[in-house]
Design a binder for this molecule. Structure first.
Ligand SMILES: Cc1ncc(COP(=O)(O)O)c(C=O)c1O
Length: 415
């Protein structure tokens, strides 16, 4: 570690709990040696660390970036907007423009309320569902993440500072739950639809049961929106929820999230309000990002941003599987091409050790990956994908040959 990085680390650990404002980016979310610690800049598909070393970025700001860093169309719009101010004393005309555009693009959206983060938007959706139905209970699925707010964190094994009394307002179920359990008349089911579909869950049946009982369906599309399809999983499968939450990809790298849904339910969204919710920078970035999403020929080969992410992810997924198989490593991948993860490296290999080696070796080859997830980026060109495949091939070879980890492995975030 250079002196500069060491200084940054000491400062981060001294003044920030866990060393980062984002849990998944904290220093011990990465192996203790051999992977970059702090970012200084981002440029297209690259993130550049505090030592000036460039890495091909497969973390993509935890899914917030779909076209790499500093896309010129988004940046030009934002720079222009910065000169015109960010926050006004009246709503800007951009509010209605962006809301109209989102309603035209998201299948379930008749009205929209913009906030800043996915956690906030999920809390808003739950509040709206409770207000609209006059019921209290929310049903959520185990292992589905809906942000860090009290209403959802209370179901985690460890939830320091969250009152247990909130458990009366939430029921956590497993994907194999008995549908009759749903008949207790909750306000809503909330789920990450992509995760249920990957598990082969009968989502249409859940939606039928819910509607029979006047229970609302909330899709949390924070990750799937602007990645699986622009309109999220609902657009892909043709099943439309009553309310939905989007974030991450829509801001083009700037803070922007929203809750949307049917007008009759969104009438209950009036208390969802923030001083900075309508900030013109976030709205401008989102507006420009929608232009980029709507380009039919983003990659110059006739593919949109979403199609490009699918094909980039597919190249990487298939190459990784093939190369691992060739060395006899039974690599097990999960997810969809635009966002996937290494579930394990076979039954006899400790995932934490192996994944830490994987992250370390990729970094040595100038490729940045996270232990939990790989995000495809439409900014990656063919030579950059090839270079990433080479790095990952080298990593799986080394894991197969039981190369030892340098330093400590990453740590899981739930303590
Ligand atoms: C499915 C899902 N919902 C909600 C959130 C929370 O979003 P944010 O981190 O913007 O608060 C996340 C974040 O990763 C997420 O993946």
């Amino acid at each position: 570690m250079t002196v500069l990085t060491q200084e940054a680390m000491v400062r981060a650990l001294e003044y920030i709990p866990e060393g980062s404002f984002t849990l998944s980016k904290r220093p011990d979310a990465f192996p203790s040696q051999g992977s970059p610690r702090f970012a200084a800049r981002g440029q297209g598909p690259y993130v550049i660390d505090d030592k000036g070393v460039s890495y091909l970025d497969w973390i993509c700001g935890l899914g917030a970036l779909t076209v790499g860093h500093t896309h010129p169309h988004v940046i030009d719009a934002v720079i222009k907007q910065v000169r015109d101010g960010a926050i006004y004393s009246l709503p800007s005309v951009l509010e209605g423009q962006v809301a109209e555009r989102l309603c035209g693009l998201i299948p379930c959206a008749e009205q929209v309320k913009v906030v800043k983060t996915g956690s906030e938007a999920c809390a808003a959706a739950v509040r709206i569902a409770r207000a609209a139905t006059g019921r209290e209970k929310i049903v959520k699925f185990k292992d589905h993440y809906h942000g860090w707010h009290d209403w959802t964190m209370v179901t985690s094994a460890k939830h320091p500072g969250v009152p247990d009394s909130l458990l009366s307002g939430i029921l956590e179920i497993h994907k194999d739950f008995d549908f009759d359990e749903a008949a207790g008349l909750p306000a809503a089911f909330i789920c990450e639809p992509e995760r249920l579909l990957l598990n082969g869950f009968d989502l249409p049946r859940l939606m039928d049961v819910a509607r029979e009982h006047g229970v609302l369906i909330i899709f949390d599309e924070t990750l799937s929106g602007g990645r699986l399809r622009l309109g999220g999983a609902q657009e892909m499968i043709g099943l439309y929820p009553d309310l939905a939450v989007f974030g991450k990809a829509f801001g083009g790298g700037y803070p922007f999230a929203f809750v949307c849904g049917k007008r009759e339910y969104m009438q209950h969204a009036w208390p969802v309000s923030g001083t900075f919710s309508g900030d013109a920078i976030g709205l401008t970035a989102a507006n420009a990002m929608l232009d980029v999403f709507e380009e039919p020929n983003h990659n110059g080969l006739g593919a949109s941003v979403i199609d490009t992410m699918w094909s980039v992810g597919q190249r990487l997924w298939e190459a990784l599987e093939t190369k691992a198989k060739a060395v006899g490593l039974p690599l097990n991948l999960g997810g969809n091409y635009p966002r996937f993860w290494i579930k394990d490296f076979g039954p006899d290999i400790d995932r934490r050790q192996a994944m830490s080696v994987f992250v370390q070796i990729c970094a040595a080859w100038g490729v940045l990956v996270h232990q939990a997830v790989i995000f495809a980026s439409a900014a990656m060109t063919e030579p950059q994908i090839e270079r990433s495949i080479d790095a990952m091939t080298h990593a799986v070879n080394e894991i197969h040959h039981h190369v030892m980890l340098r330093g400590e492995p990453y740590k899981d975030s739930v303590r």
